[in-house]
Design a binder for this molecule. Structure first.
Ligand SMILES: CC(C)(COP(=O)(O)OP(=O)(O)OC[C@H]1O[C@@H](n2cnc3c(N)ncnc32)[C@H](O)[C@@H]1OP(=O)(O)O)[C@@H](O)C(=O)NCCC(=O)NCCS
Length: 172
């Protein structure tokens, strides 16, 4: 198996993104065209897993966000300010040539561990993600995410309480 490096911040001068192929071209294009400028503008931080030749095999983009308290379930809204402080996983994708090897899970775990750190420094009640489609939704739910609107089990907007992350990481 290819040797992979630990998740690291995207270095546009070093990491090779041209051949990245997650099977979702919108996500591939975003990595190529917008990840660098989003970092420079401080609107999204991109973390990558690369191989020994610095070829990106997975990436995740993260940013701070706020959840509308009136649309949040009681577990999230109770005692929270409006908006509820949260960390957004904007995008997460693994190259399909490396699918099913646990790379996506490892990168998601890294982001969740970052949320625990951020929570200590600045407070972040939950991690949120909008699943790309129902298949991706199943993948996130496997990691402990739940729908923001519990009355709509098919909803793609998901959250995980920061206080639940340690148990989630232990169970993986
Ligand atoms: C979703 C994605 C990131 C998964 O990456 P990956 O590295 O292949 O996933 P992993 O190998 O970490 O998956 C580990 C587990 O999830 C399961 N799994 C993989 N794809 C799954 C899916 N689509 N639905 C449900 N479970 C899935 C695997 O069977 C494995 O379970 P196991 O440990 O019990 O055997 C990747 O398929 C991808 O980039 N898809 C396109 C973009 C996308 O949908 N991203 C989500 C953004 S919202």
């Amino acid at each position: 198996m290819t040797e992979l490096r630990r998740p690291a911040p995207l270095d546009t001068g070093r990491h090779k993104r041209d051949q990245f192929d997650s099977g979702e071209s919108v996500l591939d294009q975003w990595l190529r065209r917008y990840a660098g400028q989003s970092r420079r503008r401080d609107t999204a931080a991109t973390w990558v897993v690369a191989d020994a030749d610095d070829v990106v095999v997975a990436y995740a983009s993260v940013a701070m966000t706020g959840i509308d308290r009136s649309a949040a379930p009681a577990t999230l809204a109770k005692g929270s300010p409006d908006p509820v402080p949260a960390l957004l996983i904007g995008r997460l994708a693994a190259d399909r040539r490396h699918a099913g090897l646990g790379i996506g899970t490892a990168l998601a775990s890294h982001v969740l561990a970052s949320a625990v750190d951020i929570n200590e420094k600045a407070a972040c009640r939950a991690v949120v993600v909008t699943a790309l489609n129902p298949t991706a939704r199943t993948w996130w739910i496997r990691l402990g995410f739940q729908p923001l609107d519990q009355a709509d089990p098919d909803q793609l907007d998901l959250y995980l309480l920061t206080s639940a992350i340690k148990a989630t990481l232990k169970a993986l």
